[in-house]
Design a protein around this ligand. Structure first.
Ligand code: SF4
Length: 479
């Protein structure tokens, strides 16, 4: 079964009117679910909770009489899975995925889970969050071996190796594949008997284990467990393979002392504020970074305004520390999510203007700090500054709850070219001027380390400081 449903592919292109760093994917999988709802509905709810991690396509794979089947298509979860299609899925184990493409285009063929079947119809389905860094070499090698590719996604490389080694048992196949692939992968496989979750030795992307009565769940974030009423068991450790099968949960640590490098941007922007990541509340980390920003701002202020909605947690921390009111002085229209296709900068700015409207009575004559989680393209900051000034703001000071974003990510995050990265301008006065703000203040990496409670050796911070966790990945700024 291969459904192409939901809105057309063109509106999900990467060049959205308001560019934000894009996460590659979200995973939600359930095994041995026999509750009052069906497992497909549980997976649907889990994927809805993870929709922020990918809006291009969604899919579910499940075991049925004829082998592994799937439903997937382009668009949001609610478009891809009509209610009657969920009710007809009779399976107690389901693997679900939401996707945003980084390696590979936004094509229906790249929608996940990807499925590989043998002639006897036995097979495996794979859902992957992350990005392999040795894709080109492995792709060429597989081509030379006679492999025909059906997608343009690095996930197919992962699937190819898993399927080749499957006869040795699924856990062995994962173990062997992990010795070949490099980069970021938090992934889950479904076969006829079990779900197998595994995470690269650096643990770039999150993956957690949950429990819902007798069922086990694997999910990208704890907020997805909350959504279905499951309890958090623990994280899948970096370098670990965890199986949920007929005899419960089994774990194998492939590397005794792996060197974790969780993506710090998960705390800054990607993960939901109501998720727990590495024992830390994402909301609490953002709030604390906002609070630490208070010591870095050099301006007299009347109020703090969050950039809707990405700056809210940090703005709360900043307002608390400065003992200032936080005002919802910019209204965001939530119904203008993806309106413009292949826009020019002018169109992008017009779209942001349509999306935000200031509450003029709050703003007139006031000096304000405008807080956002990160500064990438600067489109939103630029338009907000102009809107606030037009509404009568006396001063607009931009506060960014992360350091300047200037190095490329190879681990599953899509960023624009250097010319589009606002923070490539190193002079803060000129940067503020180009955005239309009176000043700009960035958090420092040390603020993030303090808030997360971990240092450089336990986190990936490469897009901020160019220090890549994998050997041989010392590269220059975005070019
Ligand atoms: S480079 Fe940045 S976005 Fe990419 S994994 Fe590292 S911290 Fe995350």
């Amino acid at each position: 079964m291969f459904n192409i449903t939901g809105p057309g592919t063109d509106i999900f292109k990467k060049s959205r009117f308001e560019w934000r760093p894009q996460e590659k994917c979200g995973i939600f999988a359930v095994h041995n679910y026999h509750g009052s709802e069906n497992a497909a509905l549980i997976t649907y709810l889990g994927l809805l909770a993870l929709q922020h991690r990918g809006q291009e396509s969604a899919g579910m794979a499940f075991k049925s009489k004829g082998g592994i089947k799937y439903i997937k298509g382009m668009g949001l979860v609610e478009h891809v899975f009509p209610r009657d299609s969920l009710c007809s899925i009779e399976a107690d184990a389901i693997l679900g995925h939401v996707r945003y493409s980084t390696t590979g285009s936004s094509l229906a063929a790249n929608a996940q889970p990807l499925v590989a079947r043998a002639v006897d119809q036995t097979g495996i389905a794979l859902a992957h969050n992350g990005n392999l860094t040795n894709t080109r070499r492995l792709h060429n090698k597989l081509l030379n071996d006679g492999q025909i590719f059906h997608t343009t996604s690095d996930t197919e490389i992962l699937l190819s190796y898993l399927f080749r080694f499957k006869r040795q048992g699924l856990v062995n196949a994962v173990h062997k594949t992990m010795s070949i692939v490099e980069g970021a992968y938090s992934a889950v496989i479904l076969d006829e008997d079990q779900l197998v979750a595994f995470r690269d030795p650096n643990g770039f992307r999150p993956l957690v284990i949950g429990r819902l009565n007798e069922a086990f769940i694997f999910a990208s974030e704890t907020s997805a467990l909350d959504m279905v009423g499951a309890s958090f068991v623990r994280e899948v450790e970096p370098g670990e393979i965890v199986t949920a099968g007929p005899d419960g949960l089994n774990a194998l640590k492939t590397i005794p002392d792996s060197d974790p490098s969780l993506c710090i941007f998960e705390y800054v922007y990607f993960s939901r504020p109501d998720s727990i990541l590495g024992d830390k509340s994402v909301y609490e980390v953002r709030r604390q970074v906002g609070s630490l920003l208070a010591g870095r701002i050099n301006a007299e202020l009347d109020m703090v305004i969050p950039s809707p909605d990405s700056g809210v947690s940090a703005a709360i921390g900043l307002a608390e520390s400065l003992n200032l009111p936080m005002e919802w002085a910019v209204h965001r229209n939530p119904y203008l999510g993806r309106t413009f296709i292949e826009p020019t900068q002018n169109e992008r700015e017009m779209a942001v203007r349509l999306k935000f409207n200031p509450v003029k009575e709050l703003i007139r004559g006031k000096k304000m700090a405008v807080v956002d989680d990160s500064l990438v393209r600067g489109t939103t900051a630029r338009v907000l500054a102009a809107l606030l000034r037009r509404a009568g703001a006396a001063e607009v000071h931009l506060c960014i709850a992360s350091p300047p974003y200037i190095y490329p990510c190879y681990y599953g995050i899509d960023i624009p070219a250097a010319g589009d990265l606002a923070a490539m301008e190193p002079n803060l006065c000129q940067l503020a001027q180009s955005i239309g703000a009176d000043s700009i203040t960035f958090a420092e990496l040390g603020d993030l380390f303090n808030a997360v409670g971990k240092g450089q050796s336990r986190l990936c911070t490469a897009c901020f400081n160019g220090i890549y966790p994998e050997p041989g990945q010392m590269r220059g700024k975005v070019s």
